[in-house]
Design a binder for this molecule. Structure first.
Ligand SMILES: NCc1[nH]cc(CCC(=O)O)c1CC(=O)O
Ligand SMILES: [Mg+2]
Length: 335
């Protein structure tokens, strides 16, 4: 019997690339609408939207307009949204108390979406940066250092008020040590045992958050400051595994890596090591960078967005927070 010798010409990998039907049959990874989470910015007022100059195509919207948007996203099959309130300057304080105001913008937004589109998952951001005068995610001690344990009490109050408003998932994005345990404990004690925690477990001190800080209006408060004493150093990846292990031990249901494209290696390591639901955030700066190239006619919008998001899937992400979510959902359902 003749046994083909391994290698060329018996093996030709191009055979399976030749036709669309074989490419479809052997494709290993796919992007689906089930993978998408749409971040949304919410402002005070009525029946109004505002553009975000550094994020072309992204709008901040009032709660009534948010409800209409939530209906549209749900109709496209998007499983969940994540809410970011834009807090007026006069409501910002040193103690961030507006963060746990039951009548605060985030809390009202959650209640409105859950009342009108109950099947759409609602995720809230747990961190103090929109509410503090200095734009840091935590409270400062007398030396100006972000105080971990003092901040934990504030985060617990904030997470509790989100859960009480009806948030399905609370997502601590603050990078304090011990916050997942503190929040989980409080939610259990309050009878909110079904409220899920999506931990921003490996969140890097990234320059790619710039346009987000413009969108929520915290860039001016931060005034050139940075978050390097609590967000991760971009040079580290073993440390990301330790962060994830701790957040899982403390009760996180899902973990997130952020930003996305510059950290695909971290997504892959986390997914392989832990095998738990691993989310990725294609952040504002990634959106701005791609959008600028699209606006200049330098890159093809649809092809590049789809390729970038498929990269997250290939790295092992189970879901992706992306400002392109709505547009992508439209493409995925348009045959
Ligand atoms: N804790 C706040 C928060 N939650 C999500 C983002 C960034 C999201 C984006 O850039 O799209 C940030 C900004 C920051 O940490 O300064
Ligand atoms: Mg941590």
């Amino acid at each position: 019997m003749h046994t083909p010798t391994p290698g060329f010409p018996n093996t030709r990998l191009r055979r399976l690339r030749r036709d669309d039907f074989t490419r479809r049959l052997v494709r290993e990874h796919r992007l689906s609408v089930d993978d998408l989470i749409q971040p949304v910015f919410v402002i005070e007022g009525e029946d109004r939207t505002e553009a975000v100059p550094s994020m072309p195509g992204v709008e901040r919207r009032t709660v009534d307009r948010l409800v209409a948007e939530a209906e549209a996203l749900d109709a496209l099959g998007i499983p969940a949204i994540t809410l970011f309130p834009v807090i007026p300057a006069e409501a910002k304080t040193a103690d961030a108390a507006e963060a746990w105001n039951p009548q605060g913008l985030a809390q009202r937004a959650v209640r409105a979406v859950k009342a009108h589109v109950p099947e759409l998952g609602v995720i809230t951001d747990v961190a103090l940066d929109p509410f503090t005068l200095h734009g840091q995610d935590g409270l400062l001690d007398e030396t100006g250092y972000v105080a971990n344990d003092l901040t934990l009490d504030a985060l617990v109050r904030q997470a509790r008020s989100h859960a009480e408003a009806g948030a399905d998932i609370v997502a601590p994005s603050d990078m304090m040590d011990g916050r997942v345990a503190a929040i989980r404990g409080a939610l259990e004690a309050d009878g909110c045992s079904e409220t899920r925690i999506l931990a921003y477990a490996a969140k890097y001190a990234s320059a790619f958050y710039g346009p987000f800080r413009d969108a929520v209006g915290s860039a001016g408060n931060l005034a050139g400051g940075d978050k390097r004493t609590y967000q991760m150093d971009p040079g580290n990846s073993d440390e990301a595994l330790r962060e994830v292990a701790l957040d899982l031990a403390e009760g996180a249901d899902m973990v997130m890596i952020k930003p996305g494209m510059p950290y695909l290696d971290v997504i892959q390591r986390v997914r392989e090591q832990f095998g738990v639901p691993t989310f990725a955030y294609q952040v504002s700066g990634e959106y701005a960078m791609l959008s600028a190239a699209f606006e200049n006619g330098w890159l093809d919008r649809r092809a590049c967005v789809m390729e970038a998001l498929l990269g997250f899937k290939r790295a092992g992400a189970d879901a992706i927070l992306t400002y392109f979510a709505k547009e992508v959902a439209g493409w995925l359902t348009d045959h």
